[in-house]
Ligand binder design. Structure first.
Ligand code: AMP
Length: 426
């Protein structure tokens, strides 16, 4: 038997109803904040991610699905391609390629699959889905403003509340600018020197390549050491400090609660200032539902113009997991099951079903080969609220038996009144 690849999965009904519910809510909220959709390709040049995500991140060094394309006519080597592990790099590439900066501030969102070769577990997959957004533009369009950071965070709070995600926590930090981090990295290296021998192998590697990443460490024995390291918050220069203070002030003004966490870092040079994560208590080890931050230097790192930006990516798989308990509420069952009874009845039954669907009702349609008992059993199985029997007599008289599947009660209803009767029970 051929099975789905490890770390990938089929999303089946009724769970897909939840996925659609989440995506529809996201689209709704994004529209209110004037975001528009962008769709970038699922594979890109490997170099885009090496530069856009960073060579020494786990994603690029260990987790990418990279392959060589077939040999090109003009060279003896194919191009190196990679299935996107995230979508920000693709969006910024598109921004540069299409000169989107000419439009001023771009507020873009995306919804789609991403690929990382991680060890699969609950809430962690090799093909997973992200809902994300980016605000990017030339500095003259206000792309650096703390108002943009606060707006994005408020939008996320609204979306999570709208979805009924209870108990989220917004963790907030500022990682400063390039100069701040130079000074901070120096201090961090110095503080790590005497203790690094006691830390895990990953941390030893991180200390050499990118010491900020030490804060990603989850090894319990390393935590007391990490707790004593200097924090980026002590190294912010005045403009960065002010920027961060203003983000917090706006959040307080609009009533979005947050928790400062100066362990939260993004370790690459082009990540700047605001960094954040939303977590959810019920998710266990994989408790981050979404992450994001500012990347004022990313466009330039990719060879583009100066284009400050801020964005986030929601892990849709995890978001859906956190909603699963309330799943029943959003799965809509058919309003009615139309049961054709006897030869030749499929045609008039199809006509009636179509009529009812035009009244925005969800209709399941049976088959004339089913006996009445089987029809009613099927109506129960699909969870229909009512069953409507369509036989020769009913078509002739224009009066249909409408059976309430919950109470078992059956009444005769004129064809023209059927839709209203069914709607009244919603
Ligand atoms: P990142 O792009 O690493 O900042 O991740 C953003 C969000 O995507 C995380 O907070 C997770 O919710 C989600 N995510 C990342 N990797 C995975 C994965 N392998 N499986 C499921 N969700 C993921």
């Amino acid at each position: 038997m051929i099975k789905a690849i490890r770390g990938t999965r089929d999303l089946l009904p009724p769970e897909t109803v939840l996925w659609n519910f989440v995506e529809a809510a996201a689209r709704d909220v994004f529209r209110q904040y004037n975001f528009q959709e962008i769709r970038t390709p699922i594979f890109e040049a490997t170099e885009l991610f090496a530069r856009g995500v960073g060579e020494d991140t786990d994603i690029v060094s260990k987790e990418m699905y990279t392959f060589e394309d077939r040999t090109r006519a003009d060279s003896d080597k194919g191009q190196s391609l990679t299935l996107r592990p995230e979508n920000t790099a693709g969006v910024v590439r598109a921004y540069i390629e299409h000169n989107l900066g000419e439009r001023g501030l771009n507020k873009l969102f995306y919804i789609g699959p991403q690929f990382r070769r991680e060890r699969p577990q609950k809430g962690r997959y090799r093909q997973f889905y992200q809902i994300g957004a980016e605000v990017i533009g030339p500095p003259t369009a206000g792309s650096e403003s703390p108002a943009r950071d606060a707006e994005i965070l408020e939008m996320l709070a609204v979306l999570l509340d709208r979805l009924g995600v209870a108990n989220w926590t917004l963790l907030l930090n500022s990682v400063g600018c390039f100069d701040d981090r130079q000074r901070y990295n120096q201090a961090l290296r110095k503080a790590l020197e005497p203790v690094i021998g006691q830390m895990c192998e990953d941390c030893q590697r991180r200390a050499a390549t990118n010491p900020l990443r030490v804060f990603d460490c989850k090894v319990p024995e390393d935590q007391p050491i990490i707790d004593k390291l200097p924090r980026i918050s002590q190294y912010l220069d005045e403009p960065c400090r002010e920027h961060f203070a203003e983000v917090q002030a706006i959040l307080m003004a609009v009533g979005v609660p947050f928790v400062l966490n100066d362990r939260l870092v993004r370790g690459l040079d082009y990540y700047t200032r605001t960094a954040f994560e939303f977590t959810h208590g019920a998710l266990g080890a994989q408790n981050a539902i979404l992450g994001g931050g500012r990347y004022d230097g990313l466009s330039e790192a990719l060879g583009g113009p100066k284009a400050p930006g801020i964005g986030f990516a929601i892990g849709e798989d995890r978001l859906v997991l956190s909603l699963q308990e309330s799943a029943d509420a959003v799965v809509k069952k058919p309003d009615a099951y139309v049961a054709p009874l006897g030869a030749g009845m499929n045609r008039p039954a199809a006509g009636l079903a179509r009529e009812l669907r035009q009244h925005d009702l969800i209709i399941e349609l049976g088959d004339e080969s089913f006996r009445l008992k089987k029809s009613l059993e099927t109506a129960t199985k699909v969870g229909a609220r009512f069953a409507i029997i369509v036989g020769e007599n009913e078509i002739a008289s224009g009066v249909f038996p409408l059976k309430d599947q919950t109470s078992g009660e059956q009444v005769k209803v004129q064809r023209a009144d059927l839709a209203a009767r069914i709607q009244a029970a919603r």
